[in-house]
Each structure stands twice: as structure tokens, then as C-alpha cells.
Write a protein that binds this ligand. Sequence first.
Ligand SMILES: NC(=O)c1ccc[n+]([C@@H]2O[C@H](COP(=O)([O-])OP(=O)(O)OC[C@H]3O[C@@H](n4cnc5c(N)ncnc54)[C@H](OP(=O)(O)O)[C@@H]3O)[C@@H](O)[C@H]2O)c1
Length: 308
Amino acid sequence: MRVVTQDTFGGPDKLHIAERSVPEPGEGEMLVRVAAAGINPVDLAVRAGAFPLIGDPPFILGWDIAGTVEKTGPGVTDFSPGVRVMGLSGFPEQAGAYGEYACVSADEFVRTPENMPDVEAAGMPLAGLTGWQAFFDEADLKANDRVLVHAGAGGVGHLAIQIAKAFGAHVTTTVSAAKTDYARSIGADEVIDYRATDFAEATGDFDIVLETVAGDQLLNSLGTLKPGGTVVSLRKAGEDAERMAAEKGVRLKSILVHPDAVALQKLATLVAEHEIRVHVARTFPMEQAGDAHRFLETGPIGKVVLVN
Ligand SMILES: NC(=O)c1ccc[n+]([C@@H]2O[C@H](COP(=O)([O-])OP(=O)(O)OC[C@H]3O[C@@H](n4cnc5c(N)ncnc54)[C@H](OP(=O)(O)O)[C@@H]3O)[C@@H](O)[C@H]2O)c1
């Protein structure tokens, strides 16, 4: 099978096609014919060596997989060959989504809803689970909560807005000027162009803030919370932020997303019910994985996806 790999850490030009043998599914595993693989910022950081999650190259990047079950290993009873599936595979261990086939743990995958094409399914697992785990595992999102989602047109943000709206929250979001109409179109109640307006001055009284940027912005986000509110940070929080949270009587959680088929099934159900939808900015063939990484860095709306 063809895979995208790299021999050294570095820029997008390090990614190249290679041949590998198709793996054999072990106990609890299944072989998935990858139709599409979602790209996430973590892929770019691992490629460059900035976040060496899976050791030194050579390795195969990618964790978001959508495709069709080709073969099941011993002990897999929930899936059979021919079923369309999606999942966050093995994160943060190496999963090898950027290839024609991948062996995955069946218990990290769900059936892809009929109304969800594979390219959209590939954009869901990591980004959707991040929003879900932030809202429901780390905070306690309820109807009428006031929620601030930073970077609301990004991969995580556009799904987080839709999830929070599906549960009846009032959602404010920060985006750059060109993305304000899009953010409104997916349900954001208040949209702040963060370069023109200081969100910390313009708004406040939040129950939950989903914080994607960290640094000074995290401190400002803490300042917008109600007493007892929660900031969930997708980046590591510094000691200054920890101190500020304790002084203000608010909660600060830093998270790393993890596979969770129960939560992914709930996201799949929201898709099937037309409550949420993955927006795919652009697809690239696997051979152009380097271009796809460059494109993600330009700040597209929604997700960038590789297709076979
Ligand atoms: N901890 C975890 O488990 C976890 C999981 C998923 C993602 N993450 C991290 O969370 C971040 C977002 O991920 P993603 O997949 O959504 O990335 P993405 O699709 O690349 O979107 C990021 C967006 O952030 C916006 N942005 C940049 N600076 C901003 C600011 N100061 N205020 C508001 N928006 C800003 C940019 O859009 P504009 O044009 O609007 O500026 C950019 O497109 C990344 O750093 C990623 O590594 C962490």
C-alpha cells in the first residue's frame, strides 16, 4: 500500500510517498481502507519535531480516519467488512492515518452516519471529540449556559459552536473579520472580530470558555468567567494562569483529547439528526500532503482532509 511518510523532522517538503505492506489486524483490531484522513494542527507540530509525540521519524502521521472496514481481527463483533466507519485512532500513539489502509482498534470507531460523506467524517473525530470532552468531561455544559468559543471558524471551533448550540447554550465566538458571516451561519449568537475588538472588554459573564490560543489570551479568558465558571484550555496553561484561576475562584482545565467511541457516537447522532455538520475547506490527494499542511497554516474555515 501507499503511505505518506517522512525520514526526518522538518517542513511540509519532508512528506513523501512510500510503499509499505498492508498490516494484518490483531485481537480487537480491524483493517480499514482509508477513504479520507483529517489533518489537525498536531500533525504539523509532530512533522516538524515541535511536539515529538511518536518519537523520531520514519513514521506515518495522522489520527483521523474515515473509510470502510476491509477485514476484522479476532474478537471484533460490532463491525464487519464493507461497513463505513470513522474514528480517532490510537491518539496519542502512532496510528498511520495517511495511507491506503490502517489497522485500528475497533473500540475507538463508530459507524459513519449515512448522511455523512467520508471526507466530512474524516474531519470529525479529533476536532469534534475535543469540543465534546471540553464541554461535557471537563465542564458541565447545560442549556442557557453562556459559552465563549475562541477561533470559532477553525477545525475545533466550528464544531464546538454547533455542539454548544445543539445543547441550547448561548454562544459567543472570536474569529478574524473574513469569517464573521460564516460563524453566524453556524449559529453563533455573538461574533467578535478579535483583531478589531478586545473580547475581554466587549463581553463577559461566561460559564464556559473554550480556549485555543493560551498565553495572554488565556489570562483574558479567565477574566471573562462568572464565579465558578470553567476555562478549558487546549494548550498547556502557565503558572500565572493557574494562580489567577485560584484567586478568582474559577476552574482552569488543560486537556489532551483522547479516543472515545461513546462520545463519537453521540456526535455521529447529532450529524444524523442534522444538528451539526463538518465543514471541509478543501481536500488534497495523499500525494499532496505537504501542500495540505501548508494550506492548513493559512487559516482556512473548518477542516482540511486528505483523500485516497
Ligand atoms: N489539547 C488538545 O487536545 C487539542 C485538540 C485539538 C486542537 N488543539 C489545539 O487547538 C488549536 C486549534 O485547533 P484547530 O484544529 O481548531 O486549528 P485550526 O483549524 O488551524 O484553527 C485555528 C484558527 O485559530 C484562529 N486564531 C488564531 N489566533 C486567534 C486568536 N487570537 N483568537 C481567535 N482565533 C484565533 C485562526 O483563524 P482566524 O483567521 O480567525 O484568525 C485559525 O484558523 C490548535 O493550537 C491545536 O493544536 C488541541
